[in-house]
Design a protein around this ligand. Structure first.
Ligand code: HEC
Length: 122
């Protein structure tokens, strides 16, 4: 094996160690994975109507937009259960013409979205 190959192998394993440490830190807290998946989901699906995340690439198309997720997260007494209930029962219709259309998420996505919104609580 050449010296340069050895060097690059050493660098690779150092990078692996660093990545391994970061990954285990990221998953050490229960629910972090749900939160980060919920973040991705919110930016993809909810951001056309809400300011779903401070880092979303474009502003909501809905004008005026729905409440920002950050502001929803600060509501006193908010729980993940209440969020999940809203997300699964949201509907727009003659009885609720300005309501939120049901996003039709799978149950695991509802949990991820609620976990993400709860994580924005300060
Ligand atoms: C087509 C537009 C639209 C999309 C897409 C959308 N929302 Fe909404 N959302 C609204 C509007 C409008 C409101 C405010 C009216 C209402 O409360 O029904 C709202 C309100 C909410 C509320 C606050 C309810 C309350 O108690 O006041 C939550 C939580 C919420 N949305 C979550 C989500 C999540 C999570 C997604 C993505 C999975 C999403 N929304 C996608 C339009 C949308």
């Amino acid at each position: 094996m050449s010296a340069s190959m050895l060097r690059s192998l050493r660098t690779t394993s150092a990078v692996c160690v660093v990545l391994g440490v970061t990954a285990s830190a990221a998953f050490s807290q229960a629910g972090d994975d749900e939160v980060s998946k919920g973040h991705v989901l919110a930016v993809r699906i909810c951001s056309i109507c809400h300011l779903a995340a401070p880092d979303q690439a474009t502003k909501p198309l809905l004008n005026p937009p729905g409440p920002s997720f950050e502001s929803i997260a600060q509501r006193p007494g908010l729980t993940a259960d209440a969020l999940e209930k809203f997300i699964t029962t949201a509907h727009r219709g003659l009885d609720n013409p300005k309501g939120m259309p049901n996003p039709d998420l799978a149950p695991y996505q509802v949990k991820q979205a609620a976990a993400y919104i709860m994580s924005l609580r300060k």
